[in-house]
Ligand binder design. Sequence first.
Ligand SMILES: [Zn+2]
Length: 391
Amino acid sequence: MTVSLLVDNIGELVTNDPAIGAGSRLGLLEDAAVVVEGHRVAWVGRRAEAPAADASVDAAGAAVVPGFVDSHSHLVFAGDRAQEFAARMEGRAYSAGGIQTTVAATRHASDDELAANLARLVAEMARQGTTTVEVKSGYGLTVADETRSLAIAAQVTSETTYLGAHVVPPEYADEPAAYVDLVTGPMLTGAAPHARWVDVFCERGAFDAEQARAVLRAGQAAGLQARIHANQLGHGPGIEVACDVGAASADHCTFATADDLANLAAAGVAATLLPGVEFSTRSPYPDARAMLAAGVTVALATDCNPGSSYTSSMPLCIALAVREMAMTPAEALWSATAGGAAALRRDDVGRLAVGAPADFMVLAAPSYVHLAYRPGVPLVGAVYRRGQRLS
Ligand SMILES: [Zn+2]
């Protein structure tokens, strides 16, 4: 028998269901309640009208929001790069080359070490309200290491991304074309059974437009869907490639022209913004306001990785999006939940509607606005994923 749970006395409920509430995209309801049956949402509405349930919890007037959808992370790795971070804070610039440090450590790590580090980071995310996470490979860069990275990632999420084209590893430094052949050939064959997505770092110092197209097209031919690291360190062709191949998302988009934004909107490609990167590398932030004005679907994600953004905190990303990218608190929360779902082409997660997975958190605050208003404060209380309390 399925047990039902009434989450009662919710002061402010964010559903992301535009059919609910007073026309806001967040679908806000005050004095609300939610009923969970098994792992799904069974009822949403005013608490005065709530049906009976087998058990209940009292939210005591707090805000309840959908679980965060972190649509961009690199969690399969070993070691850290704290010294590189310290050096950068002393004035050295970030470049794609630091990735090689993590590649060396990852290749030397055992499967158990990689799985344990991944589990630690996923648990850290869950405590901060993340209930859906995308995880990329990209620190193995051999057939065996990319394959095992994705097999390990697939144990914690269905949103796994093959990023063999992260950088050209040192052993292929003199023959990048041969490395692209490996990525689109035997490495893809090993990775594809464990991956939903294919990704490429399209950037000066990594892969150019032609190589990026080849990687994404090969992945698509193998049944994977495309996403891309685009326009992070300078103006480049990444967004154009994303639109050409029909990627779900172009990630970073820190340097984008008006034409790029018009193309993203027209092609229905989400822009996933990763403000933890700009924060951690002291770089200029992307122009979120221009994207929103152009009608682009904007997602927010952590890019959690040991080099350019070693934060697992979606609340931090929301605070940065509001403070540094001039997003409103409502826009930032939507982008961190429903926006992330759109970037993963998911219509089940990122919202609280009847039939959706019961992924949500109770905030230690009366309103979602506090996520940006009180930066750095641990406001995420009880977190539920698929109806089960995680923390
Ligand atoms: Zn990334």
